[in-house]
Write a protein that binds this ligand. Sequence first.
Ligand SMILES: Nc1ncnc2c1ncn2[C@@H]1O[C@H](COP(=O)(O)OP(=O)(O)OP(=O)(O)O)[C@@H](O)[C@H]1O
Ligand SMILES: [Mg+2]
Length: 339
Amino acid sequence: MLILGIETSCDETAVALYDSASHQVDQLVHTQVDIHAPYGGVVPELASRDHVTRLAPMIEHFLSERFIKPSELDGIAYTRGPGLIGALMVGACLGKSLAYGWGIPALGVHHIEAHLLAVMLEETQPDFPFVALIVSGGHSLLVHVKGVGEYHLLGETLDDAAGEAFDKTAKLLGLSYPGGPALAALAEQGDPKAYHFTRPMMHHPTCDMSFSGLKTQIAKTYAELPEDSCMADLAASFQAAVVDVLIAKSTRALKQVNSKRLVVAGGVSANQRLRRLSQTTFKKHGIDVVFPKLAYCTDNAAMVAYTGAVRMAAGEFDSDLSIQPKARWPLVDLRKPTS
Ligand SMILES: Nc1ncnc2c1ncn2[C@@H]1O[C@H](COP(=O)(O)OP(=O)(O)OP(=O)(O)O)[C@@H](O)[C@H]1O
Ligand SMILES: [Mg+2]
């Protein structure tokens, strides 16, 4: 199956091709960072408008550069939700219209399921079941994954998502948008033990997490710091606290379901400290931990094309031409692929 994937849930316009026969994927991502940077965050209306102007030419250019004719495609997978409603609407309208015009099926894909399955784009794929730690800009979830569409929630953040905590802390420290990756880069140069921040809910006997209090602690420490203080140390100490919580909660979740396999996904899975400490900590306990390639951690269309291909191969397609993007859509509402 050759599936065209479209991602427009937030501030990246992305298109991809996934070929299930060869397990090859190819993608093009355009980020809207320059548009939103002056505002210090994503402006939903500007995001939608940019998707509108970019998406159709991007698809045309992407397919023609690869000499792919629409008649060679077996389907179009677009992100149906969760995300910004206007941005989702753009991908859903164009994806379904093209599929209708080209006489091929379309399928609306769940953005977080796509993040979770991004790891399946690797050459060797983890076997089900496993525990997934999904840490992105809008979500922090621990899920027991028995198969595609078989998701049991083990824990989640009670307030900010881990990526959101990175972004908000970066803003607080005056780092330019997008803050999360900038904060992580700064943290790599600092001493993670310079300041001790509490590890919120780390010893709480559940797999739930909380990150908003941490942000307040940083704000207080930052306000009291002498001017010549090392910001990298502050960033590193913040990052260490978040990573410790993520590793402790993942360990608890693995124990709870007696699993020895962990998949980490979403934008925060690009974090180098999380990657390093996961490898050493989990290896010691005989746990296999898998991360997606860096290009598939943050928003991309490769994961959307892959997820669409898996569900379409099982006979799942949009049943009519209605456009129904979903701003909110819990992952656990998904079911096994059905025709
Ligand atoms: N190296 C990094 N370290 C920590 N956080 C990072 C890093 N790189 C990206 N992030 C964070 O990842 C988030 C972006 O990831 P992603 O694209 O998966 O989220 P989103 O699409 O905005 O949210 P969602 O997927 O929940 O809808 C941002 O919050 C960003 O700060
Ligand atoms: Mg995302």
